[in-house]
Design a binder for this molecule. Structure first.
Ligand SMILES: [Cu+2]
Length: 106
């Protein structure tokens, strides 16, 4: 490679690394997950939203409340029905609260 080609190549590499860092930032910020217990108040499989009446979430200093959570894969909600008592785990992702695990409480 001549010098000019090498220079351009290195610049492209630097730009790709910078883009990679920017893209990865939300993922690392969202890595903290929170756990709670709740009663299922509603499930919207089409919109990917579940309404939970949850107990206090100590890791976020949240009091008990009823609110919507998102889920990305409707397979998560298999076997979960309105009225169920559940234990669930969620992350904060771009201002949304997204469920990562949910299962009926024993
Ligand atoms: Cu809440």
């Amino acid at each position: 490679m001549n010098r000019k080609v090498t220079f351009v190549f290195i610049n492209i590499c630097v730009v790709l690394v910078l883009i990679g860092l920017i893209v990865m930032q939300p993922a690392s910020a969202a890595a903290v997950s929170h756990e709670g217990t709740a009663t299922v108040k509603g499930i919207d499989l089409d919109k990917g939203i579940v309404k939970l009446s949850h107990g206090p979430i100590t890791s976020l200093k949240w009091p008990a409340m009823t609110m919507d959570f998102k889920f990305k894969d409707s397979a998560l909600m298999q076997g979960i029905m309105v009225g169920d008592a559940v234990t669930f785990t969620f992350i904060e992702s771009n201002g949304d609260y997204v469920i990562t695990h949910i299962r009926p409480s024993k």
